[in-house]
Design a protein around this ligand. Structure first.
Ligand code: PBG
Length: 332
C-alpha cells in the first residue's frame, strides 16, 4: 500500500461530512442480506412469546403466513423455520421429523401458499426439535449420538422438507458425511434445484440457550453436544469442515455463532471464495436486547454495528432474529 505521510494524508478528510462518509463506505448492507428465523408452534391463532428472547414469538401455522408477507414487504429474501414440536410427538428416534404433515411441512406449505416464489424457505435438518432427549441425532444405549444411522434419518428428513416445498436444506446437525448423502438423495428424488446451506462450522456454543427454550429442547437435553459440534478453540478444523462440505455438494456454508467467529468467516471466504453465511444466534440476540435494556447503548446502533461486522468479514448474508428491525433500519 502506498500512502503519503501527514499532512498530505489526513484520513479525517473523507470522514468529515456525512455525504463523504456515505460515499467512502466499504461495506454496504441491505435488507437482501438478511435471513429471518421463525419459530412455529401447534394450534391456531397463537402468538407465544419466547421468554428468553424478548420480542421473538412462536407462531401457529395460520399466523406464520403474515410473518412471511412481512418479510417480503421488508425485502427480506428468506425465512428459516424451526418447529416447537408438541411434547407427545417427541420420541427417542425423532420419527416426527419424517411425518409429511408435521409442523415444519405445514409451515412450508402455508408460506408457499401465501408468498409463492417471492420468498426463500430455509429448513433446518437435525433431530433435536423432535427427540425426547434433545440431541440432534439418534443415541445409542450409552447416550452417544451415532453418526451413520443418524445420517440416514437426516436424508429422509431433508427429502420430507423438500417434498413440502423447502428451497434451502440447512443441516445443522454436524454429522460427518451428511451433505453428500442429502445431495445425492435430492438429485434422485426430483429436487435438483433445492439448495444445501450446510452449517459447516457449527460450534458447541454457550450462546444457544434461548433457542433451545424456543423449540422446547433445552429442558430435555442431558449433557452437551461436544462430540459432534466443534470446539470453540479450533479454526483450522473449521476450514476442513467447510472444505469437506463444499466437496460433498454444499451450495453455501454457514458459520455459527456469528460475532465470536469472525476469523472463521474471514478465512473461509478467503480460502474458498464461496457464499458464507453467519448465524447470529439466540444468545447474541438476547445479549443485544439485555445490553440495550441495561443502558449499555442504543439497541439499533449496537445491532447494526454487529451485523456490519459480519458482512465486512465476508458474509453473503446473516441469519438474525433482528432481521425485521434491521430491514426497517436499512430501508430507512
Ligand atoms: C440445533 C440447532 C441449534 C440452533 C439452531 N439449530 C441449537 C443447538 O445446536 O443446540 C441454535 C440457534 C440459536 O441459538 O439461535 N440443530
Amino acid at each position: 500500500m502506498i500512502q503519503a505521510s501527514y499532512p498530505a494524508t489526513r484520513l479525517r478528510r473523507t470522514r468529515n461530512a456525512g455525504w463523504s462518509r456515505r460515499l467512502h463506505r466499504e461495506t454496504v448492507m441491505t435488507s437482501a442480506d438478511l435471513i429471518w428465523p421463525l419459530f412455529v408452534t401447534s394450534g391456531t391463532g397463537i402468538e407465544d412469546p419466547v421468554a428468553s428472547l424478548p420480542g421473538v414469538s412462536r407462531w401457529s401455522v395460520d399466523r406464520l403466513a403474515d410473518r412471511a408477507r412481512e418479510a417480503v414487504a421488508l425485502g427480506i429474501p428468506c425465512v428459516a423455520l424451526f418447529p416447537n414440536t408438541p411434547g407427545d410427538l417427541r420420541s427417542e428416534d425423532g420419527a416426527e421429523a419424517l411425518n409429511p404433515d408435521n409442523l415444519m411441512c405445514r409451515a412450508i406449505r402455508a408460506i408457499r401458499d401465501a408468498c409463492g416464489e417471492d420468498i426463500g424457505i430455509l429448513t433446518d435438518v437435525a433431530l433435536d426439535p423432535y427427540t425426547s432427549h434433545g440431541q440432534d441425532g439418534l443415541v445409542d444405549a450409552h447416550g452417544y449420538v451415532v453418526n451413520d444411522d443418524t445420517v440416514a434419518v437426516l436424508v429422509d428428513q431433508a427429502i420430507n422438507q423438500a417434498n413440502a416445498g423447502a428451497d434451502i436444506i440447512a443441516p445443522s446437525d454436524m454429522m460427518d458425511g451428511r451433505v453428500r448423502a442429502i445431495r445425492m438423495a435430492l438429485e434422485m428424488n426430483g429436487h435438483p434445484n433445492v439448495q444445501i446451506m450446510s452449517y459447516a462450522a457449527k460450534y458447541a456454543s454457550a450462546f444457544y440457550g434461548p433457542f433451545r427454550d424456543a423449540v422446547g429442547s433445552g429442558g430435555l437435553l442431558k449433557g452437551d453436544k461436544k462430540c459432534y459440534q466443534m470446539d470453540p478453540a479450533n479454526a483450522d478444523e473449521a476450514l476442513r469442515e467447510i472444505a469437506l462440505d463444499i466437496a460433498e455438494g454444499a451450495d453455501s456454508v454457514m458459520v455459527k455463532p456469528g460475532l465470536a467467529y469472525l476469523d472463521i468467516i474471514w478465512r473461509a471466504k478467503q480460502a474458498f471464495g464461496i457464499p458464507v453465511f453467519a448465524y447470529q444466534v439466540s444468545g447474541e440476540y438476547a445479549l443485544i436486547e439485555a445490553g440495550a435494556a441495561a443502558g449499555v447503548g442504543d439497541r439499533e446502533a449496537l445491532l447494526m454495528e454487529k451485523l456490519v461486522a459480519l458482512k465486512r468479514a465476508g458474509c453473503s448474508g446473516i441469519v438474525t432474529y433482528h432481521a425485521p428491525l434491521a430491514a426497517r433500519l436499512l430501508n430507512g
